[in-house]
Design a binder for this molecule. Sequence first.
Ligand SMILES: Cc1cc2nc3c(=O)[nH]c(=O)nc-3n(C[C@H](O)[C@H](O)[C@H](O)COP(=O)(O)O)c2cc1C
Length: 358
Amino acid sequence: MNLKTTFDGLVLENPLMPASGPLVGDTEKLLFMKNAGCGAVVTKTISTKEPHIPKPCIYGDKQYVMNSELWSEHSIEKWIEEFLPEYQKEKDRPLIISVGYSKDDMEILIPLLDPFADAFEVSTHYVGTDLSVIAETVKMIRSHTKKPFYMKISPHIPNPAEFARMIKENGANGIVAINSLGPTMKIDIETRSILYGNESGFVWTSGPVIKNLALATVYAIKKAEPTLTVIGVGGIQSADDVIEFLLAGASGVQMLSGALIKGKQLYAKIISDLPKRLEAYGFASIEEVINTSLSNNVKYKANVPSLIEDKCIKCNICVHVCPYFAITMEDKISFDPNKCFECGLCVTKCPTDAITMA
Ligand SMILES: Cc1cc2nc3c(=O)[nH]c(=O)nc-3n(C[C@H](O)[C@H](O)[C@H](O)COP(=O)(O)O)c2cc1C
């Protein structure tokens, strides 16, 4: 199965990359991602100032991660004198260097890092939502490099399509969508305190809970600016998730929280699962997924559900969840056509696929 994806002159043997974060914070970790088989490797965000990171700083639940990490705790000097030259000795796939944040930072960072980078990813996480400020940053980067670069969009940017138009006009190649969601909060009732948070009490949320937001952002950007490269990130934890992002418009994907929740072996597992999952869905290659246009079958009339009796285990979940009080259980489940709103919730909640709206 051909897992290759190519964009802006970068050739990736498969579409999965690590997302910027603690798992790509020095040479050892970059090499881990290369050896896990990632199609390209991305670095932790490098900036010009020392970050002051609250500790503890990473909370992991089943469906989300909350963090108060900032950018790399290592200086630009450490990166260009030690980590990147060391990594370069074994580098055999594209390296995307993540940098942050302001126009002034870019003026310092891009020339120093350019010799090591195949592409740049630029975090705009802490620069606010003013697109004219981001436009100036984009222009500054383009004046210092011929390499492809991708602006990373944070979910607090109100209009992704407008962001896309502006970064394209000013010379960026694409967008990495999305950064973690916030501000969010974690409260500990026992101690009446905030255990994980910055001085304002806030943390950033990532992982499976943000996947649907990330997908919609990728889709909105690709629709608005089809010639921009989009790299999808947010909540990926399986090969099926990768396929969904590619269908939404991404040319490649990144993952972090999935591996923080399930373990670092998840990178290699997803890459080895991809051929089987592509085959199961009838795709012949990753490129075929990327080139598939997603249809939208919106309609305003559906059918009242019906029961596939031999599949029903009489668990009553549909009765309990029905928002329109339309399902009852006597001898068997029945649907009241006068009350049913054709919302479809019962179909998605049934554990045995015993309800159909076909
Ligand atoms: C602990 C942690 C540290 C992160 N550090 C960075 C960072 O330095 N730069 C950056 O652009 N994004 C950073 N992120 C955001 C991720 O790269 C990614 O955009 C986000 O977590 C969504 O993807 P995920 O759900 O696969 O984690 C960090 C996320 C986490 C959880």
